[in-house]
Design a binder for this molecule. Structure first.
Ligand SMILES: [Zn+2]
Length: 94
């Protein structure tokens, strides 16, 4: 069953796991007992793979404050290996 967020008139927020058919119905606040209305929030990102969550967080952070670098990145590309096999010389060339 999905989790829905609710907010009571006093401003308390809480989550309830309930059937989709009951999502729009008011829920009782566990703190004050007043009927609470459903509020809509972001998706449940807790279930994401931690690596995906780190990448999303880094992307969101870089939108406002990009990382400051003090030096150029090193060479990331390895040198092309040169073969010594004579059969490779007969292969077609582009
Ligand atoms: Zn309340």
């Amino acid at each position: 069953m999905p989790t829905y967020g609710y907010r009571c008139p006093a401003g308390d927020t809480f989550d309830l796991v309930r059937p989709m058919a009951e999502a729009g119905e008011p829920a009782r606040c566990p703190d004050c007992g007043e009927p609470a209305r459903r509020v809509f929030g972001g998706p449940a990102l807790r279930s994401l793979d931690p690596a995906v969550r780190r990448a999303l967080d880094a992307g969101a952070r870089s939108a406002d404050s990009p990382d400051v670098v003090t030096s150029l990145p090193g060479r990331s590309r390895r040198a092309t290996p040169v073969t010594k096999d004579p059969r490779h010389a007969r292969l077609p060339r582009p």
